[in-house]
Design a protein around this ligand. Structure first.
Ligand code: ACO
Length: 381
């Protein structure tokens, strides 16, 4: 006999629509289709705040005053360099290794190096979170250069978070429009409630495991193309389509083949991702700034596909759609796109880890069993 407990009618596949806990960190307000971090609309944060201010907001609940911001920046800048052992370990990974695997390995290694005595206290987790915020860009930039056969560039403590990252990748800081667009993407990517990678971090934390383990697992969850990996997939898809004139025919073929169109759709937003308009505006400014036929062609293709998707399926782009194009125009290679998402989302993940620990309950759902009924193990001769 087959038993199914609980009833299969209770199943919410993918936990769709399930409210798993309370959170004070962020929310999507369905009525206005807007996202707030600690009560502030993300559009206003992207327009008026630096990424460092938003990180402070997510971790401490309030935007910093001038003194707090100064102290926060000083600590972040001091923590950027990698120690020699970490740098050597990362340099020994195969060059074919995806940068998300490099990042996952790096976080795991940071965890192995960090003494465990103070594990789990809010102060210890804040220290670890700031260390990761500061060091992850150094890892991503070194790997970006390694894949080009270039040696790493050391962090520059005189530069802000975004400027320093460009400096470590390319040896120069681009024009303010480019840096601003990057910073906007970091603010928009920073936090999004109980998304798959954040929920992964909360699941790991709920077992009272450590912060590095939770972040390592979250990186693994973000890598997939249905989540953070979509920003890379967007650019591969635009490359596959090639020209704006091909967008409609390509889309028809892809939909007929039941393909998911990368950078479109969202579990929570069904009438458009609230972060897209501001990222799209910033990306449009980058296209204008680039003033190059290649950028104009890609932008026209990007628009043609978006419009065709709206007509064919009524499905809107998510943040990965404009962000993928923006990162390409900034000069990053495609495998670096999802690590850029990690550099930002580390703030949201770690804020959730702290919140989970503050009122922890082990996360352990049920499954409705559909396998064989109970049976007898055969006696072997
Ligand atoms: N392309 C084609 N059809 C789509 C897409 C898409 N991108 N997204 C949703 N649909 C269709 C589904 O086929 C389904 O149609 P059906 O009812 O006829 O079967 C319907 O819309 C509902 O889609 P679901 O997959 O059930 O919606 P869900 O909420 O589970 O999926 C998801 C959300 C995974 C993001 C999905 O839209 C998708 O795969 N998008 C592409 C990947 C992507 O861009 N991910 C990034 C997410 S945002 C982020 O991480 C920042």
């Amino acid at each position: 006999m087959t038993t199914a407990t609980p009833a299969q009618t209770d199943i919410r596949r993918g936990l769709a629509g399930v409210v798993a806990d309370t959170t004070e960190i962020s929310t999507v307000i369905q009525e206005t289709n807007s996202l707030t971090y600690r009560g502030y609309p993300v559009q206003d944060l992207a327009a008026r705040c630096s990424f460092e201010e938003v990180a402070h907001l997510l971790w401490h609940g309030e935007l910093p005053d001038a003194d707090q911001l100064g102290a926060f920046r000083a600590r972040e800048r001091a923590l950027r360099p990698l120690d020699r052992t970490t740098a050597e370990l990362l340099a020994r990974l195969p060059e074919t290794c995806h940068p998300m695997d490099v990042l996952r390995t790096a976080v795991s290694f940071f965890g192995a190096e960090d003494p465990a005595e103070d594990d789990g206290t809010p102060a210890a987790n804040l220290r670890k979170s700031l260390g990761l915020l500061a060091k992850l860009p150094t890892v991503v930039a070194a790997d970006h250069r390694r894949r080009r056969g270039l040696t790493p560039i050391q962090p520059d403590a005189s530069l802000g978070y975004a400027e320093n990252f460009f400096h470590m990748c390319f040896g120069r800081v681009p024009e303010p429009e480019v840096v601003r667009c990057f910073e906007i993407s970091l603010v928009l990517y920073a936090e999004h409630s109980f998304n798959a990678s954040t929920f992964t971090a909360r699941v790991v934390t709920s077992t009272l495991s450590d912060l590095y383990s939770a972040v390592t697992a979250a990186i693994g969850a973000l890598k997939g193309p249905l989540h953070g990996g979509a920003n890379e997939a967007v650019m591969h898809m635009l490359g596959e389509i090639g020209t704006p004139e091909r967008a409609e025919a390509w889309l028809d073929e892809a939909l007929a083949a039941q393909r998911k169109i990368m950078g479109f759709g969202h579990r929570v937003y069904k009438h458009g991702d609230s972060r897209v308009p501001i990222m799209q505006e910033a990306t449009d400014r980058l296209v204008a700034h680039a003033d190059a036929p290649e950028a104009a062609r890609l932008a026209a293709l990007h628009t043609a596909l978006r419009d065709a998707m709206a007509v064919r399926k009524g499905i809107h782009p998510n943040l990965d759609y404009p962000a993928g194009l923006a990162y390409h125009l900034m000069g990053f290679d495609i495998p670096t796109f999802t690590p850029l998402f990690v550099m930002s989302r580390i703030t949201g993940w770690t804020a959730h880890i702290t919140e989970q620990l503050a009122h922890n309950a082990l996360i352990r759902p049920l499954g409705a069993y559909t396998g064989p009924g109970q049976r007898t193990v055969p006696t072997r001769p």
